[in-house]
Design a protein around this ligand. Structure first.
Ligand code: PLP
Length: 411
């Protein structure tokens, strides 16, 4: 008897009440489910199926109000849930929520927590897409935004108002690598009952766990360090408070920015090597940062592990295991030097994104932060000659040789 024959006659394979004899057309759309007995898959199973069948109408009705049941993947999927739980556990939160991209997570959290007319306190130097969402919320929804440096608690205290709905920070800012004083700023917001949202993409939960420093929600572009191989888009938010999770989840399910299970599966696969990748990226970045600082074509280098970093004292407390894989370099030759440099690299690639196993270089003023005008760029610390290097896991000497030859061409 073939597997197909056995599927047709076995009630356990095709549902408790299916007829015993089925035609090929019907069998074709009801393949047998493989049940594994006596062992378990070591890799995470991919539940690509988006729709789940029930035997009880009451159970399906209950699934609409439950956050645990699986009935339709926009509301929840076992592989996606595994990712949510995995990131929540790494960050030390109560619950995780996965999104189709990092921007899905940023917008989902902001739209989920804000209503029209509220007030947000946010760090001046933020990822350009986040800045664009805040600008849109200000223009179209009347949400007032006050920008602060991210290092001065008294500045945050002065910016808070009775209608402030959240404080938004990045652990390591994109692309300047400024480090927020999370414990000090979160303490001020906490006294006022204002939730603190931290984009922890640049640090990853291996280098910093913002919930342990007073944050309420952590956001990741999983596209970057979590997944790590430039082959998947994703975002995850982790919540300390189950009530905030429920508010954002409700909004997210309606908005439909859910993660495809295969994207979740790829992210989970990448995360298994996160600790090895990030350790190598931190070491490579610190070494290259130190060498770049001494190069005559370079006006300045920012990496949290360098003694010269403006937030070195904060980084020592917050990032004891490494300053991350991103190095921000200001070239003496300004915009033209920046353009020449990013086109001259041979081992590194001229690409947006970061956190990949390969080294990526880009020019923020004309790409990731093009939404910012000259004044906003200057306030964010991004100069015309600023180049962002997302350091990969290649051999550091090959990377140095590549950067050196590109610097020679650009000077
Ligand atoms: N947050 C940070 C810090 C980022 O750098 C990015 C993208 O570069 C995002 C969020 C958005 O992530 P995604 O591209 O996955 O939407």
């Amino acid at each position: 008897m073939s597997h197909a024959d056995s599927a047709a006659t076995s009630p356990s394979l095709s549902g408790a009440s299916r007829p015993e004899t089925l035609r090929s057309e019907t069998l074709a759309v009801h393949p047998p489910h493989v049940e594994i007995r006596g062992s378990r898959p070591l890799g995470v199973p991919l539940h690509q199926g988006h729709v789940f069948a029930f035997d009880s109408a009451d159970a399906l009705a209950e699934a609409f109000t439950s956050t645990d049941a699986f009935m339709y993947s926009r509301h929840g999927n076992p592989t996606v849930r595994t990712l949510e739980d995995a990131v929540a556990r790494l960050e030390g939160g109560a619950a995780g929520l996965s999104f189709a991209s990092g921007m899905g997570a940023v917008s989902g959290v902001l739209h989920g927590l804000l209503g029209s007319g509220g007030h947000v306190v946010a760090q001046t130097c933020l990822y350009g897409g986040t800045y664009a969402v805040l600008t849109d919320l200000a223009t179209r929804w009347g949400v007032d935004v006050t920008y602060v440096s991210g290092t001065d608690p008294e500045e945050v205290r002065a910016a808070l108002r009775p209608e402030t709905r959240l404080l938004y920070l990045e652990t390591i800012a994109n692309p300047t690598t400024r480090v927020s004083d999370l414990p000090a700023l979160a303490a001020v917001a906490g006294e006022a009952g204002v939730p603190v949202v931290v984009d922890n993409t640049f640090a990853s939960p291996l280098l910093c766990r913002p919930l342990h420093h007073g944050a309420d929600i952590v956001i990741h572009s999983a596209t970057k360090y979590l997944a790590g191989h430039a082959d998947v888009l994703g975002g995850v938010a982790v919540f300390k408070d189950p009530e905030l999770f429920r508010r954002v989840r409700h909004h997210t399910v309606e908005q439909g920015a859910s993660t495809d299970p295969f994207a979740a599966w790829l992210t989970l696969r990448g995360m298994q090597t996160l600790s090895l990748r990030i350790a190598r990226q931190c070491a490579n970045a610190a070494e290259l940062g130190a060498r770049l600082e001494a190069h005559p074509a370079v006006a300045g280098v920012r990496h949290p592990a360098l003694a010269s970093h403006p937030d070195r004292a904060i980084a020592e407390r917050l990032l004891p295991d490494g300053g991350g894989g991103v190095v921000s370099v200001d070239l003496v030759g300004g915009r033209e030097a920046g353009r020449t440099f990013v086109e001259a690299v041979r081992v590194a690639s001229l690409s947006v994104s970061l956190g990949d196993v390969k080294t990526l270089v880009m020019h923020p003023a004309s790409t990731s932060h093009h939404q910012l005008d000259a004044e906003a760029l200057a306030a964010a610390g991004i100069g015309p000659g600023t180049v962002r290097i997302s350091v990969g896991i290649e051999h550091v000497e090959d990377l140095w040789a590549d950067l050196e030859q590109a610097l020679t061409k650009s000077s």
